[in-house]
Design a protein around this ligand. Structure first.
Ligand SMILES: Cc1cc2nc3c(=O)[nH]c(=O)nc-3n(C[C@H](O)[C@H](O)[C@H](O)COP(=O)(O)O)c2cc1C
Length: 178
């Protein structure tokens, strides 16, 4: 399988468009377990003069524990919206890796990554490989009140409702081709 190397910033409009229209995947791996999760929030840009993709993971997600252990992830972006992609985004955005092998359930094909141990996904060909260089738990006291009411209504009873932001240094970017 060929990988066409790309400049991730040239694909930023495409990544943002897919992320805000149905979602993209963030995949983690611990041991032999590979777990993709749908995301709708993310930021691509520059931090400390390095190319970075930031992902926002709620504390309750299975992905959160896996991310803390692996400290690596792939970002998997579809190039077309076929039924398999739509079904995978729906499944990986509602079912937890605690209860399901999402790769198996969605019939996804793993592709070895170049710089990290987390694989890419053939069906989501536009790929960013990321190593976590920083993580920060969002501080509820610094978030505007209207955002708190909308996204974290139970924050005081449930502090783990908040998101942790993972800054992923982009160590490789490519499109998987047949
Ligand atoms: C379109 C869409 C976007 C989502 N975006 C995020 C996100 O950015 N951050 C997050 O923590 N959860 C997000 N979720 C929810 C997770 O994908 C969902 O809870 C998933 O089942 C968690 O899987 P896990 O328990 O295996 O980590 C989103 C769900 C959907 C359907």
């Amino acid at each position: 399988m060929n990988k066409k190397q790309i400049n991730p910033f040239e694909y930023a409009p495409q990544i943002m468009d897919k992320m805000t229209h149905g979602g993209i995947l963030v995949t983690t791996k611990v041991g032999e377990k590979v777990n993709p999760m749908t995301i709708g929030w993310g930021t691509i840009g520059v931090d400390w003069s390095k190319p970075v993709f930031q992902t926002y993971i709620r504390e309750v997600r299975h992905t959160k524990g896996m991310m803390d252990e692996a400290m690596e992830f792939t970002v998997n972006i579809p190039m077309e919206k076929n039924d398999k992609v739509k079904e995978a985004l729906a499944f990986c955005g509602t079912k937890s890796g605690r209860d399901f092998d999402k790769v198996k359930e969605c019939g996804l094909t793993l592709v070895d990554a170049d710089t990290i141990s987390v694989p890419a996904l053939k069906e989501f060909p536009l790929t960013l490989e990321c190593k976590v260089i920083y993580k920060v738990r969002q501080d509820g006291k610094e978030i505007p009140q209207d955002v708190m009411e909308r996204f974290y209504p139970d924050w005081e009873q449930n502090p783990e409702d908040l998101h942790t932001v993972y800054y992923g240094l982009i160590t490789a970017a490519y499109i998987i081709e047949e």
